[in-house]
Ligand binder design. Structure first.
Ligand code: SF4
Ligand code: SF4
Length: 377
């Protein structure tokens, strides 16, 4: 795991080298950003999603306080210029996934060049795919303009293969937790995933993932577990989490639960969705894949329930914890559907938590999580 923890620092250094050699860096905020296309244009995509509380007060000078902490943290980093990845970014890619982010991007666009991808909200709607293909074409134009390099079909197909390979490896890693003895904690899984979103060199990241797979195979063979015997097996779902906003994840593990799967965006959401390889029109292939991401901004969002169903069954889940960041309306409303699905369809208990990045409710949450885990045990 140490290698993954150090990867962030190494990645910053290589971003500097890349920029010194005339390369560009793209700041991205969401799973809907087609990073294959960014890389094919010669830019390195880095994730800027705000996960820490520190810059929120600066953001609140402009943004309303009753906005999701993720949006405020992202904007706070931009206005305070305290995130090295934001500092390194030459331009920003935003998406209209939720209204708060969409409007925040208008303000962020005053700080750095910003391209906004418009999302259709019904992935299966008649014109959705055609519209999203047009958005891919529009993004390609923006990237080419910013990097001065045109996107070649061959290079795009190469990037698609590489990214698919990484997805397969991550999916393979997540599958180890189906075992009776779980060899990787939720917090460690989060670190592995975070490395991906800040990694400049995907090939080097794939090498790290292969090493981890070997290590996990050895741990499994030796029966090494990260939890006590009989610990409740928890599926974690909902809004994205990361270093700085991991308090619920941490509490579940501190209270004796074992997180067998993280369905959210910073977990395995989308890792099972591959882009069709070697097509004559890779932009179409990208559009098809990215439209299938089961985010709550999609309506309806049946695919999220399908993904949860598969995870509950495969990982022998005993309870589900669904996290919503305060003022995230789409995940908050969808929590009703998730709870109904988990409780009536699978007969399992679920716990919905609505919180922000502060630590003011930590002990209150601990009590609720302890009670929930006791209910399962
Ligand atoms: S939850 Fe939805 S909007 Fe947020 S990062 Fe994931 S895909 Fe993007
Ligand atoms: S957590 Fe919800 S409100 Fe916040 S950025 Fe993501 S979708 Fe928008």
């Amino acid at each position: 795991m140490k290698e993954f923890e150090r990867a962030g620092e190494r990645s910053l250094l290589s971003l500097v080298e890349h920029k010194e050699a005339g390369g560009k860096v793209a700041g991205v905020y969401c799973l809907f950003a087609p990073t294959e296309l960014v890389r094919a244009a010669g830019a390195i995509p880095v994730s800027l999603c705000g996960k820490k509380e520190a810059p929120i007060s600066a953001a609140e000078k402009t943004l309303p306080p009753n906005l999701c902490p993720l949006i405020k943290s992202s904007y706070g980093y931009a206005v305070t210029d305290t995130c090295p990845y934001f500092g390194a970014s030459d331009f920003i890619l935003g998406e209209t996934t939720c209204d708060g982010k969409k409007k925040m991007f208008e303000l962020m666009g005053r700080i750095k060049p910003l391209h906004l991808m418009h999302l259709p909200f019904d992935a299966d709607g008649g014109q959705a795919l055609a519209f999203w293909v047009q958005e891919m074409i529009r993004l390609k134009g923006f990237l080419e303009e910013q990097t001065g390099r045109s996107v070649e079909v061959r290079e795009l197909n190469r990037q698609i293969k590489l990214q698919n390979e990484v997805r397969k490896l991550l999916w393979q890693i997540s599958r180890f937790s189906r075992a009776e003895t779980v060899p990787l904690s939720g917090l460690d899984m989060m670190t592995v995933m975070e490395t991906k979103s800040s990694c400049s060199d995907l090939e080097a990241y794939a090498v790290l993932l292969r090493q981890l797979i070997k290590e996990l195979e050895e741990r499994c063979a030796a029966g090494v577990a990260v939890h006590r015997r009989g610990a409740p097996r928890i599926l974690f779902t909902g809004c994205p989490v990361g270093t700085g906003s991991e308090k619920v994840l941490q509490l579940i593990e501190e209270c004796g639960g074992v997180i067998v799967s993280m369905e959210n965006c910073t977990g395995i959401k989308g890792q099972d969705l591959l882009v069709e390889e070697d097509t004559a029109d890779p932009l179409q292939a990208l559009a098809r894949r990215y439209l299938r991401i089961p985010c709550s901004c999609m309506t309806p969002n049946e695919e999220r329930l399908n993904l949860i169903r598969g995870l509950v069954e495969d990982y022998r889940v005993q309870g589900v914890v669904d996290l919503t960041w305060q003022c995230c309306h789409t995940y908050n409303v969808e929590s009703f559907v998730v709870r109904e699905f988990i409780e009536t369809r699978h007969g399992l208990p679920s716990l919905h938590i609505e919180t922000d990045y502060s630590s003011s409710d930590t002990e209150q949450l601990r009590t609720r999580i302890e009670a929930f885990l006791e209910l399962i045990a």
